[in-house]
Design a protein around this ligand. Sequence first.
Ligand SMILES: NC(=O)c1ccc[n+]([C@@H]2O[C@H](COP(=O)([O-])OP(=O)(O)OC[C@H]3O[C@@H](n4cnc5c(N)ncnc54)[C@H](OP(=O)(O)O)[C@@H]3O)[C@@H](O)[C@H]2O)c1
Length: 278
Amino acid sequence: MRTVVITGGTDGLGKGLALHYLRHGARVIAVGSTPAKGAALRAEAAAESAADRATFLQADLTSVAATRELVARIQSASPTVDQLVLCAQRYRLFGPRSVTPEGFEHAFALGYLSRYVLSHGLRTALEGAPRPVILNVGTPGVPLGRLHWDDLQLERRYGGFKATLQAFRANDLLGAAYPSRYPNTPVRYVGYHPGVVSTGMPHHLPPPWRALTRATFAVLATSVPKAVAPMTHLLDEPPADAFSAYQRKRRLAVTGRAFDEAAAARLHEVTRELIGAG
Ligand SMILES: NC(=O)c1ccc[n+]([C@@H]2O[C@H](COP(=O)([O-])OP(=O)(O)OC[C@H]3O[C@@H](n4cnc5c(N)ncnc54)[C@H](OP(=O)(O)O)[C@@H]3O)[C@@H](O)[C@H]2O)c1
């Protein structure tokens, strides 16, 4: 039986994918920070007669230690992982800089470091599967934001948008670095931009922005079930290339500054040092 691991699998796009794969006979391990959302997903799985295939793992992915522990918990729940989907996200676009107890800026920790730890930590489990794939859901192809190499934790000049965009760009480089780290891996790494999708994301924004984002969603956004369809296609039929990027169904060129190989290698090394990775 296929095992699909989905961070942020309890809400929005991640939950849409979780329900899709539960309906299609896979085992789903959904990760989120809120137990009530995990219970709700399990109740929906039970209604689909899939309770025995739905696992919820609670973890706070702003913590590197908790993410590493999660890797171990996933491996003991399932030694092989067929598909890893990285969807966990919580934007803090406004308000002061927030730092995790481990000393990392919030967007860098949740949006990037957790994905780094999971992508590398679950590689061996993925390599045991026949067609392993990692789908890192973000905004590849969007020419906004950059790495602030001299101040990655944005201690000197913080801004919520700046931090969020930096984490997105770090994920572009995470994908770009993957094939050169593991030249012979069968794992296919796909960066994916889902377009504008109507999820619960605005709920966590301050009131005026919440209303504005909801109004924008009402006009522009795709529904979760519709947005999930091209994602499942890529997960079920991964591209031949070791690294690729898509905006919905459109394949993006993985060239240029966003996917620069030297910058990708540099970020990999800097990250290893930051989190003390072996
Ligand atoms: N929606 C869009 O229009 C859009 C556009 C472009 C890109 N994307 C990308 O698509 C992905 C999914 O977005 P979405 O809109 O579906 O998000 P969403 O509905 O807000 O769901 C976010 C998920 O992340 C989990 N999460 C948040 N903080 C966490 C933490 N500290 N530890 C563990 N889990 C955590 C949430 O669970 P808890 O609440 O329990 O923590 C929830 O399951 C994101 O990477 C986002 O950047 C979305």
